[in-house]
Design a protein around this ligand. Structure first.
Ligand code: SF4
Ligand code: SF4
Length: 92
């Protein structure tokens, strides 16, 4: 009895993650409202420094993490100024 209930819980969590991430892992990391293509990003810091809503925070390598996705106003500054075209809107 106890064995069956343990087995059904864990895989259902894994499946949800895999479904969302399978496409994106090879191309970039997607979090609404933007997708960042990390293999194009050269950690120039422009998006992190100049986003008017402070949506980004740097990771250990200086690449932007979408730390505050709900604050993004889709102002377009980041994807228009990224020198490597590494940011794409998911909403426009
Ligand atoms: S679209 Fe504007 S508000 Fe949203 S992350 Fe980019 S610079 Fe920040
Ligand atoms: S502006 Fe582009 S290249 Fe520069 S840190 Fe942001 S995503 Fe990376």
């Amino acid at each position: 009895m106890a064995d069956n209930s343990q087995k059904t819980d864990e895989p259902s969590l894994d499946k949800e993650k895999t479904k969302d991430d399978s496409d994106k892992e090879s191309k970039g990391v997607s979090q609404a409202p933007l997708t960042i293509f990390y293999h194009w990003c050269k950690s120039c810091n422009i998006c992190i420094a100049f986003c008017p809503q402070k949506v980004f925070e740097p990771d250990r390598d200086g690449k932007p993490i979408i730390a505050h996705p709900d604050s993004c106003t889709q102002c377009a500054f980041c994807w228009l100024h990224c020198p490597d075209l590494a940011i794409v809107s998911n909403e426009k």
